[in-house]
Write a protein that binds this ligand. Structure first.
Ligand code: FAD
Length: 368
């Protein structure tokens, strides 16, 4: 029922704008409005904080169905979870009450600020500093590649509170867009997910109350990594949705397109490509849904499963979207058809929330 509801909404309200959002590299406002109106923009927020209380699998299905028509728009529910999960996992009761209610109501999105210009895969090498000043913390630094920066009201920011301790000297904070000293860089000019703004976040003497710290001092990096264990599954869902969208489009096209006097769908070479695409998608789906169940139960092998789902599904998305372009021939290579956008959008799923090389490091360290 949830899938049917999200699919109908996505096809009616999000799909019609997907090409323009990509072409104009503009934020998918129509998608945000439609998702908020239907309470689908941050479904993971627990009911006790005013949210829809969707479990990890339901959240994955929402993201998958939105990504099937518009990958940029799927980053609204996905990054709302990424940005707010540190608060849900480790924040004080007061912090949860304060920030989950506006997120659930659609009054403000949440972003996640871990990466920096010189600290990507090696996130613990971050330089952003937070220094205590009485009942306040003062933050200075630059966060890079922040999804939905400028659009979001709330930001989970990881910063160094004790430079001697490396990852154990990092703490997490909630920063608000309206805090004096917060500003944003120009939007990055990207290959894909062009509707999702990616900008730097500048923190210039940002003075925030001490109770904005998420969890204890020195636990921020652990919270950031624990968050990714859960949210990499949402990137797997995004990848899955993009791949399914490309397969669905190609499936329809090959029945219409005629060469050598018959639909190209009649050629076994084409049928075999479609069979492989569907097989890979189904394998990615099973892995992703199993990982979502593990996320919900907080199983001990979640770290491996989350990384495996993200890595596998994103590689599948890249393969399937590339094959979809191939199945449309020269037409697939143009912007008159959606599959080239899907191929460009798929690429990011192999890179963010840890590159697929990093996922393999994570898996190797956590072999079942
Ligand atoms: C569109 C977009 C949105 C993003 N959104 C966010 C966001 O909202 N919040 C956020 O905090 N970050 C975000 N990121 C950042 C993203 O997570 C990083 O780009 C990613 O983790 C890689 O870091 P890097 O770009 O610095 O690459 P690098 O770490 O410099 O990696 C470069 C290459 O080296 C490889 N490599 C690095 N170390 C190793 C190793 N030990 N072994 C093998 N290979 C290695 C990598 O796999 C990669 O191929 C986003 C990035 C993009 C592009």
């Amino acid at each position: 029922m949830l899938r049917d509801a999200v699919r109908s909404l996505a096809e009616a309200k999000i799909a019609p704008h997907a090409a323009a959002v990509d072409e104009e590299a503009r934020f998918p406002r129509e998608a945000l409005d439609a998702l908020v109106a239907n309470d689908l923009h941050a479904v993971h927020v627990p009911e006790e904080y005013g949210g829809a209380g969707a479990d990890a699998l339901a959240t994955v299905i929402v993201i998958e169905e939105v990504a099937r028509v518009c990958a940029s728009s799927s980053l609204i529910p996905a990054v709302n979870k990424l940005g707010s999960l540190p608060v849900i996992l480790s924040g004080s009761e007061a912090l949860k009450k304060k920030y989950m209610a506006p997120l659930a109501k659609g009054e403000g999105m949440f972003s996640y600020c871990l990466s920096e210009p010189d600290a990507g895969s090696d996130a613990a090498g971050m330089k952003t500093r937070a220094v205590r000043d009485g009942d306040f913390w003062v933050l200075n630094g630059v966060k890079r590649w922040i999804t939905n920066a400028g659009e979001s009201e709330f930001y989970t920011v990881m910063a160094v509170t004790d430079p001697e301790k490396r990852s154990k000297g990092i703490s997490a904070f909630v920063v608000e867009k309206s805090d004096p000293g917060v500003s944003f860089g120009a939007p990055e000019k990207k290959l894909g997910i062009k509707g999702s703004p990616t900008r730097e976040v500048y923190l210039d003497n940002v003075r925030i109350p001490a109770d904005r710290m998420i969890g204890e001092e020195g636990t921020g990096f652990a919270t950031a990594m624990k968050t990714l264990d859960h949210t990499r599954i949402t990137i797997a869902a995004q990848a899955l949705g993009i791949a399914q969208g490309a397969l669905d489009y190609a499936k329809g096209y090959v029945k219409e397109r005629k060469q050598f006097g018959k639909p190209i769908a009649d050629f076994q070479g084409v049928q075999f490509m479609l069979a492989d695409m569907a097989m890979k998608i189904e394998a990615a789906r099973q892995l992703t849904y199993a990982a979502a169940a593990k996320s919900e139960r907080n199983d001990s092998d979640l770290t491996f499963q989350g990384a495996a789902a993200k890595c596998f599904a994103s590689d599948v998305a890249m393969e399937v979207t590339t094959d979809a372009v191939q199945l449309l021939g020269g037409y697939g290579y143009t912007r008159d058809y959606p599959v080239e956008r899907m191929m460009r959008d798929a690429k990011i799923t192999q890179i963010y929330e840890g590159t697929n090389q990093v996922q393999r490091i994570v898996m190797a360290r956590n072999l079942p």
